[in-house]
Write a protein that binds this ligand. Sequence first.
Ligand code: PMP
Length: 373
Amino acid sequence: MEQTDRTDCRTAGPKREAPEEKASWESGVRRVVPYTPGEQPRRAGIIKLNTNECPYPPSPRVKRLAAEFETDVLRLYPDPEASLLVKSIARRFQVKEEQVFVGVGSDDVLAMAFLTFFNTGRPILFPDVTYSFYDVWANLFGIPFRRPALDGNFRLKKEDYLTENGGIVIANPNAPTGICEPLSVIEEIVSGNPGSLVIIDEAYVDFGGESALPLVEKYENLLVVQTFSKSRAMAGMRIGFAIGSPKAVRCLRDVKFSFNSYTMDAPSIAWGAASMEDEAYFQETVEKIKATREYLKGQLAALGFSFPDSRTNFLFASHESIPAQELFGALKEAGIYVRYFPGERTGNFLRITVGTEEQTEALLSFLRGYLKQ
Ligand code: PMP
């Protein structure tokens, strides 16, 4: 992980008699260690299986709208309520519009939720192995946190989340493990914490996870966050959303409108709504990816890999004899990008995004050759 430069850049000059030496502007800087996103290749021909994007294009309805897009609308500020998009999400999930909050990718939605709900001074809780942005936001906003360890099989221990806390965030299915915890466990955590807001990050839920959305009507302290970046093939557009109680969504909106009113640009609002309305294309895309994932599981297992049972569009795979870091380097050299997270618990795994059938065959054919040597 990249470290920010924490050195003092004042030049060392001759020491003068200056007891009231002024502090440098740098002493007032907010120092943070930023999140490191997956690499975006700068050359053509890379097989990109490192950031869990969708390998298929967005709905053809998006393409049609993009072709017809009138740039004259860009003169005007976009609708600050993003009503068209909010309506399409509310309709799809059969909730009220006042239960929907939208943002610039789920990263924006999650960051706003941290800022809004985690304000007690008590530590918030999230697992030791999970999405590596959570601790970055906590540090940025000065929120104390604890990271209870997942068990030896990367499963959540629910008792860890039934202790005093200032809020909870759980990715379900989890990243980078791909594991989905049953809804009964999520419900116990939500119902056992009436004094905290619980965020369930469902970035990957469409690939076979069990969504907590049915619980939203029952628990005011639950916020479910999803994204257009994976199953809806629109990572480049940056659209995410949260569904929760009208009260929780009102709190989120108050913070968001104290920060930046016009986050959702006009194309995102129009094209996002069109994508949300194309249910048949969405289902077809998700089914293709799930079928390729199951095929990839079988082939990788035959090559000596093991992995938790993924309910996502990626596998978290470890090889019986070749260290993950070596495989990561060899794959990269061959133009196949996957994700590697160094660290005690994750350092012998590769997170491999499920690509198209052709990309999957290219990955397997490289691995078959490499592992034979
Ligand atoms: N949550 C999880 C668990 C993720 O893996 C990602 C993707 N990096 C996100 C949220 C954010 O996705 P986006 O901002 O593209 O919606």
